[in-house]
Design a protein around this ligand. Structure first.
Ligand code: ADP
Ligand code: MG
Length: 678
């Protein structure tokens, strides 16, 4: 048998089981060896029966009086007594009738299970048992628990793994030797052996550390290599014109915050160089990133270069175009701003294409249309990408290909990225942060609401509406579903329109509507022709209606913290007090997680918390195409991260030939495409 052999070749794995393994992503023996446990149960402590306490335990005992019977149709119980020299204990198995005949008498077993109450009597429930004379895999040790599939439980995975585990020695070491030594890491083979068959918790810890190190190391190496390449690319230099910047600022209806100033200054410094800018502008919703983007664009336009701003939705693109038009108007640049989105009429679109081509339009705001259509942007000098994580690498690359040379790239995001994550995943990016909102903003008042209090909250909301303000209502679903116990936009819309808020003008917005309809509804809401907008999370990013002061989130516990934080950023965008009501599904006690939203208004703190509780994959994973599929590494482990990162840097400094380490080379190459933002 080889590492590349199909799992079907392992003894005990027939065609059906092979299919089940494949459904878990396990095709070969190697895949199986690299199938990490999800968690562990510690059955390593062997207790005498006299001393057992409720909880997970292993006893070493003989089994007597074993008898099975059906209590009713489809419900079989096997009961037995296990005895050692100290005492006896009851054992119960549900629906495992084979136990009665498979269990031998007069021999010693390890019996591992949960010692708990069953029908008022303590018993070891559904234990695994193994002969003491065998090498135990499911008892008397720390037991790994895997992600299971129908018809494939962890116990069976462990039994099958036991047969192939010696093959870990055939897996090549992933890292250069000097790193393993410098960092005092377990070898890869030792680590893999240990995660499946740990012999102590100390050793297990070291094995996890080793495998986590690999993950962060690969990510860091990918991003550092990207950075290295970028240094050798050339973009056009955009000189800084102080007078122009000052004139722009003098026309603003507000003063820039210090963080806005610092960010734009960092951007100007970048753009003056021929080394392509690759900067991420991170700022909480409403922190004022658009002004900064407009200032960056202005400088490029002044030099005769074109600027493209790509937004993830048509709604956002339209809003950006309007804002930018207004910001640039006082300087006489407004008619150089053009919008390119899918929903334009043909004649209008043709004209826009024409104007882009001859250079009359210098600031092109659009959606994917910018790359999908044959847009001729030969003088492109700067690309601004809003909500960068919503675009794939290919889309970003396509935009750059239009120019035929490297471009200055400014990525913007309202998703706060904790520093640990930014360092690992976006190591090649320079980062500017606008952490504080403009002074005139009051923090949004956030309150968790039990469904009993719905009517009371509605009264509070009506006061706001009567004062001339508007409200967003966000629901997790578009249409009612029997499967999910959650509210839908359609239902809530009907209820509000015909019952609870029938004196008010209610609108509906969701992702399944046509772009035209969406724009129309959004425009109506922006023009205050609607008081209430019932919507899905499509309004999550960017939507700017300063007169909206109330956000009501239905089934709040279904959303992530960062997501709710983004959502509530849609209100409190003016001097008026903003409110966010988090409506719970049931009258249960709200989680600590949700409570954090009441007490914290800081996107970064909430993101850190989300990261800790739910892991990076859950928060950022969906749009990063698996780059954050960190199975072992904890991004909160800053020591591990800096060790791995330093080793990656050392690897580059030494000019280590990565081709010598094939698996590492392949993994890193894949990751480079994912983490690369330029
Ligand atoms: P975001 O970072 O979410 O994109 P925007 O750029 O849309 O934020 O800004 C939100 C609102 O704040 C806009 O109406 C904008 O005009 C306003 N704004 C931006 N900067 C300032 C400032 N320094 N002082 C006051 N208001 C500002
Ligand atoms: Mg914005």
């Amino acid at each position: 048998m080889k590492l590349t052999s199909p799992v079907g070749e392992v003894k005990g794995v027939g065609p059906a089981l092979q299919k089940t393994f494949e459904s878990l992503g396990i095709a070969t023996v190697q895949d199986l060896l690299l199938y990490y446990p999800r968690k562990y149960q510690d059955y390593s402590k062997i207790e005498t029966i006299k001393h057992i306490r409720p909880g997970p335990i292993t006893v070493k005992a003989e089994i007597k009086d074993i008898k099975g019977h059906y209590v009713r149709r489809g419900m079989h119980i096997t009961e037995a007594v296990a005895s050692d020299e100290t005492d006896s204990v009851r054992i119960v198995w549900f629906n495992q009738p084979y136990r009665e005949h498979q269990t031998k008498r007069g021999v010693e077993y390890y019996i591992a299970g949960n010692f708990e109450l069953s029908r008022q009597r303590l018993a070891i429930m559904n234990p695994s048992i193994e002969l003491v004379s065998d090498f135990p895999v499911n008892t008397a040790r720390i037991i790994p628990v895997y992600k299971e599939a129908k018809g494939l439980k962890s116990a069976q995975i462990r039994r099958i793994l036991k047969q192939v585990i010696p093959m870990v020695d055939q897996l090549p070491e992933l890292l250069p030797d000097w790193i393993v030594q410098d960092q005092k890491l377990l070898s890869r083979a030792e680590a893999l052996h240990t995660i499946h068959f740990p012999d102590s918790s100390e050793r297990l810890k070291r094995a996890k550390e080793r495998l986590g190190f690999d993950e962060v190391f690969e990510l860091s190496l990918a991003s550092l290599l990207n950075k290295h390449d970028l240094m050798n690319d050339r973009a056009v230099a955009v000189p800084f014109k102080e007078r122009l910047a000052k004139t722009f600022v003098s026309h603003l209806p507000f003063t820039l915050t210090n963080e806005q100033r610092k960010s734009i200054w960092q951007i100007y410094l970048d753009m003056q160089k021929t080394r392509p800018m690759n900067r991420l502008l991170e700022g909480d919703v409403g922190s004022g990133k658009t002004v900064v983007a407009a200032m960056a664009a202005l400088m490029a336009m002044e030099q005769g270069f074109q600027v493209a701003l790509m937004a993830p939705t048509e709604l956002l693109a339209r809003q950006h175009a309007e804002t930018i038009y207004e910001l640039l108007q006082p300087l006489g640049y407004a008619d150089q701003v053009g919008l390119l989105v899918g929903g334009l009429k043909k004649a209008q679109k043709d004209l826009t294409h024409h104007k882009i081509k001859d250079g009359t339009i210098r600031f092109i705001v659009g959606t994917h249309a910018l790359i999908q259509e044959k847009v001729d942007m030969q003088q492109l000098g700067l690309v601004i990408i809003d909500e960068q994580h919503r675009f794939g690498v290919d889309q970003r690359k396509a935009l750059q290909a239009k120019a035929g040379h490297a471009l200055h790239v400014l990525n913007m995001t309202a998703t706060p990225i904790p520093r640990s994550l930014a360092l690992t995943l976006y190591g090649e990016l320079d980062i500017s942060v606008i952490a504080h909102k403009p002074q005139n903003r009051k923090p949004i008042k956030t309150k968790i609401i039990s469904p009993h209090a719905r009517k009371t909250v509605y009264e509070t909301i009506k006061k706001e509406l009567n004062d001339g303000h508007q409200m967003f209502v966000v629901c997790p679903l578009i249409t009612e579903s029997d499967l999910l116990h959650a509210r839908s936009t359609e239902k809530v819309y009907e209820e509000m329109k015909t019952r609870d808020f029938k004196k008010y003008r209610v609108g509906l917005l969701h992702g399944k509507m046509k772009a035209e309809e969406k724009n129309q509804v959004m425009e109506q809401f922006a023009a205050h022709e609607l008081d209430i907008l019932v919507s899905t999370t499509v309004i999550e990013v960017g939507v700017n209606v300063p007169n909206a002061t109330v956000m009501l989130v239905e089934n709040a516990e279904r959303f992530g913290l960062a997501q709710i934080h983004q959502l509530r950023g849609r209100v409190g965008r003016s001097e008026a007090q903003g409110y966010c009501f988090l409506m719970m599904t049931d009258a249960q006690k709200p989680s600590q997680r949700l409570r954090a939203l009441e007490s914290s208004d800081d996107g970064f703190t909430l993101a850190e918390l989300d990261l800790e509780i739910r892991g990076p994959g859950a928060i950022y994973g969906t749009f990063q195409h698996g780059a954050l599929d960190l199975r072992m590494a904890k991004l909160t482990d800053s020591r591990l991260i800096s060790r791995a990162r330093n080793s990656a840097q050392a690897c580059i400094d030494r000019k280590e030939n990565l081709l010598k380490y094939r698996e590492l080379y392949e993994n890193v190459t894949k990751l480079r495409a994912v983490t690369n933002l330029n």
